[in-house]
Design a protein around this ligand. Structure first.
Ligand code: PEP
Ligand code: MG
Length: 566
C-alpha cells in the first residue's frame, strides 16, 4: 500500500497504463538538404496535435484551461520564435531539432526570469511546444492518451495540462502521479474532470509496472498494488456506494442549505488557487470560506507582486460575485516554506514564527498583500481573514496596518468596496477561550480545526504516531468550538469553520446544532453536507449538540450522532 494525497475524490480498480514521456536526445549535426522542410512539417503536425487536443477538451475544461492551448498555438505561429529557429538552421548549418532545442531553451529561460507571472507561465508553453517539435522532427511517437481504448488507471511521474486534457473519462478510470500536491495543475484538472486522482505518491513508479492491477483509492489517498480478492471485493462495494451517493446528491446542487425547520446555513468551498472556484460552483458552493493564498507565494520564484496578487484575488471575487469570498492573508511557516524567504530552523515550527507573526514582523510583505486585496474588493464580496491570531494585540496591530492601506487607497482614488469584512481564524485555543472579547472587534470568525485540534491536544498534525489524537468530536474540542460560536453571536457576528472538520459528515450535525453559520470544505464534500442539513431539524440537532457537550469521549459523541441523525 502506497500513501499519497487524495486530490480528486473517488476510487477505481483496474490495470495500469504506465505513461512515460519519451526522452528526446538532441545531438548537433550538419543540416540535411531538407532541414527546413522537416521543420515546416513538424510545425504543421504540432499545430494539428494542439488543435485535436483542444477540440477534445472543449466542454470538459474551463475557458481558462482551454486558453492554454491557444497560447501553445500562438507559440507555433510566432515569427520571432520560429524565425530564429529557421535562421539558426540556415546561418549555422545545423539540424532543426538542435535549433529548436537551443532557441526553445533560450526563450523559456528568458520568460522564466520575467517579473510578470503571465510571462513566466509562457515558459511552460514554449517547453511544451519545443518538445512536440523535436519529437516530430525525429519521428519519435508521442503517446496519444486519447487513443487508449481499454479501461485503465494512468500512472505517471506527473501529467501536463495537455496530458490531462486528452483524458477520456470513458476509458481513464483515474490516475496516480508520483509528484504533485492538492493544488498541482494535474490535481486541479482532475477535480474539474471529476476523475479520481491520488497525487504525490512516493515510490509509485518503482512499485508499479505497466499492466499491474491496482486499487486507486482517492477517498483515503492510497494506492494498493496487486490487491487480493478480499480487498477487491471491499473496494467494489466502496466504488458502487460512492457512485450511487454522488448521483443521488446531484439534485441538491441548487437546493438551499436549510434544515427541515427552516434554519439556514452557508455551505462554501476551500480553495488554493483561483482555478478551484470552478469545482466549488459546480458542486453548488455558496461562496468561498477559505482561500489559502500561500499557494500563490509557494508557486512563485520570488514574492508575488501587488499586481500578480491583485489579478488572482480579482479572478476569484469575480467568479463568485455576489457570494462572499474569505481570503486568508499569508500563512507561511510550519510545514509551508518559501524558497525565497529563508527562516531560521526551529525546534517546533508549528509553534514558531509563522503566519500573522511573520506578517507583523515583515509589514512590507503584509502591506503588498493587503493593497492587492483592497483593490480587488471592487470586484466582489470580500472578507479578509488573519491566520494564527493568539492575542487581541496581534489583531489590533494587523487591523491598524489594514486601515492604513485602506486609507492610502482611498486617498489615491482607487476603486474599492466599502463593505470589506475583517475577521480572524480561531485556531489557537487562546483565541477560542477569549472569543467573547475578540468578537467585539472582529467582523467574523472562522474556526481552523486542523490547527485548533493539534494545539489543544498537543499533537503535531504531521506526526503519524500521534495522529490518533486528531479527534474533532472530542468534547473538549466541541466546547472550544461552542465558545467561538457563542462569543460571535453575542456580538451579532457570524462564525464559520474552514478546517477539515467542517466537511466531516459525522461532525456536521453537531456543528449545526451548536449554531455554526458557515461551513467551508473541499468542493466535493459540499453536496453531502447539504444532504445532512436538509434531512434534519435544527431543534433536534440543538438537542444533540447539548448532549454531545456533556459526553466524556469522542467515541460517545460519534455513537450519539449515528444514533440520532438521518
Ligand atoms: C486550519 O488550521 O484548520 C486551517 C484551515 O488552516 P490550514 O490547514 O491551512 O493550517
Ligand atoms: Mg491553520
Amino acid at each position: 500500500m502506497l500513501k499519497g494525497i487524495a486530490a480528486s475524490s473517488g476510487a477505481a480498480i483496474g490495470k495500469v497504463f504506465k505513461y512515460v514521456h519519451p526522452q528526446v536526445v538532441v545531438e548537433k549535426k550538419a543540416a540535411a538538404a531538407d532541414e527546413l522542410e522537416k521543420l515546416k512539417n513538424a510545425v504543421a503536425k504540432t499545430q494539428q496535435d494542439i488543435r485535436t487536443i483542444q477540440k477534445m477538451a472543449e466542454g470538459k475544461l474551463s475557458a481558462d484551461d482551454l486558453a492554454i492551448f491557444d497560447a501553445h498555438l500562438m507559440v507555433t505561429e510566432d515569427p520571432e520564435f520560429i524565425g530564429q529557429i529557421e535562421e539558426m538552421v540556415k546561418n549555422d548549418n545545423v539540424n532543426s531539432d538542435y535549433a529548436v532545442d537551443q532557441v526553445g531553451n533560450m526563450f523559456a529561460s528568458m520568460f522564466e526570469s520575467m517579473e510578470d507571472a503571465y510571462f513566466r507561465e509562457r515558459a511552460a508553453d514554449i517547453k511544451d511546444v519545443s518538445y512536440r517539435l523535436k519529437c516530430h522532427i525525429q519521428g519519435v511517437m508521442i503517446p496519444d492518451l486519447s487513443l487508449i481504448s481499454d479501461k485503465v488507471i494512468l500512472v505517471a511521474e506527473d501529467l501536463t495540462p495537455s496530458d490531462t486534457a486528452q483524458l477520456n473519462k470513458e476509458t481513464i478510470l483515474g490516475f496516480a502521479t508520483a509528484t504533485g500536491g492538492r493544488t498541482s495543475h494535474s490535481a486541479i484538472m482532475a477535480r474539474s474532470l471529476e476523475i479520481p486522482a491520488v497525487v504525490g505518491v512516493s515510490g509509485l513508479l518503482e512499485a508499479v509496472n505497466h499492466d499491474d492491477e491496482i486499487v486507486l483509492d482517492a477517498i483515503d489517498g492510497v494506492v494498493i498494488v496487486k490487491p487480493d480478492e478480499a480487498v477487491k471485493k471491499e473496494y467494489k462495494t466502496k466504488i458502487e456506494n460512492f457512485a450511487k451517493l454522488r448521483e443521488s446528491l446531484k439534485v441538491l446542487k441548487d437546493a438551499p442549505s436549510v434544515t427541515l425547520d427552516e434554519h439556514h446555513v452557508e455551505l462554501v468551498g476551500n480553495i488554493g488557487t483561483p482555478k478551484d472556484t470552478a469545482a466549488v460552483i459546480a458542486n453548488g458552493g455558496e461562496g468561498i470560506g477559505l482561500y489559502r493564498t500561500e499557494f500563490l507565494y509557494m508557486d512563485a520564484k520570488e514574492m508575488p507582486s501587488e499586481e500578480d496578487q491583485f489579478e488572482a484575488y480579482k479572478a476569484v471575487l469575480q467568479d463568485m460575485n455576489p457570494h462572499p469570498v474569505v481570503v486568508r492573508t499569508l500563512d507561511i511557516g510550519g510545514d509551508k516554506k518559501l524558497p525565497y524567504l529563508p527562516l531560521e530552523e526551529e525546534m517546533n515550527p508549528f509553534l514558531g514564527f509563522r503566519a500573522i507573526r511573520i506578517c507583523l514582523k515583515r509589514p512590507e510583505i503584509f502591506r503588498t498583500q493587503l493593497r492587492a486585496l483592497i483593490r480587488a474588493s471592487a470586484f466582489g464580496n470580500l472578507c479578509i481573514m488573519f491566520p494564527m491570531i493568539a492575542t487581541l494585540q496581534e489583531f489590533r496591530q494587523a487591523k491598524a496596518i489594514y486601515l492604513e492601506e485602506l486609507n492610502k487607497i482611498k486617498a489615491e482614488g482607487i476603486a474599492h468596496s466599502d463593505k470589506i469584512q475583517v475577521g480572524i481564524m480561531v485556531e489557537i485555543p487562546a483565541s477560542a477561550v477569549l472569543a467573547d472579547q475578540f468578537a467585539k472587534e472582529v467582523d467574523f470568525f472562522s474556526i481552523g480545526t486542523n490547527d485548533l485540534i493539534q494545539y489543544s491536544m498537543a499533537a503535531d498534525r504531521m506526526s503519524e504516531p500521534v495522529s490518533y489524537l486528531y479527534q474533532p468530536l472530542n468534547p473538549s474540542i466541541l466546547r472550544l468550538v461552542k465558545l467561538a460560536i457563542d462569543g460571535a453571536h453575542k456580538e451579532g457576528k457570524w462564525c464559520g469553520m474552514c478546517g477539515e472538520m467542517a466537511g466531516d459528515p459525522t461532525a456536521v450535525p453537531v456543528l449545526l446544532g451548536l449554531g455554526l453559520d458557515e461551513f467551508s470544505m473541499s468542493a466535493t464534500s459540499i453536496l453531502s453536507a447539504r444532504k445532512i442539513v436538509r434531512s434534519n431539524k435544527y431543534a433536534d440537532l440543538q438537542e444533540l449538540a447539548k448532549k454531545a457537550l456533556d459526553c466524556a469521549t469522542a467515541e460517545e459523541v460519534a455513537a450519539l450522532v449515528s444514533k440520532s441523525v438521518k
